[in-house]
Design a protein around this ligand. Sequence first.
Ligand code: IMP
Length: 200
Amino acid sequence: MEGLPRLVCASANPDKVAEIALVLDGLVDLRPRPEGLADVVEDAPDLEGNARLKARAVCAAACAPAVSDDTGLEVDALDGEPGVLSARYAGDHATYADNVDHLLAELQRVGAHTPAERSARFRTVVMVVWPDGGELMVEGSVEGAIAVEPTGGGGFGYDPVFVPAGSGGRSFAEMGDEKHEISHRGRAFRALAEALAGRG
Ligand code: IMP
């Protein structure tokens, strides 16, 4: 890990940390979020704002540069919803399955049935905050469509209903590690590694 930029990971979600660690392996010395740190209230109106809130809180608690990410699923037929509300689309304590069910019901309600009518993208904003207040922001996205029913047993969140463009109809939940090569988060964190390398 010597010589690699050291960043404290603001996320405590094991699904996400595993994906981030895989993408940044050999590029960044990723340290875990300090234990006992209270959850950050993510009440900003957009992904950028929430990413900043999380990175600033963890940077202050760890007294070290911190990296956070915030992701939203933007569905065109729903005017960009769930977007910044993706984690709690079906309510404050919604499970992944509740959110997926709610999404499918909403698309049914607005009469979006074909893949073209169900176009969507995942967008991830990644933010690094340094103790001196410096910031670096990058993002990554992947285009696709919302399936009419869940398929596949892998991944998390909306993976069973997100069919990325060019996947031959397979959802993210059917892709295994292949997901990271094309995913919003994979792209955003690779952009981060490049931006950090560019800073020397
Ligand atoms: P977060 O900002 O990364 O915590 O993402 C907010 C919500 O978006 C999560 O609770 C998931 O429901 C969903 N989400 C984020 N990333 C993914 C992904 O890679 N696949 C499926 N759902 C995701």
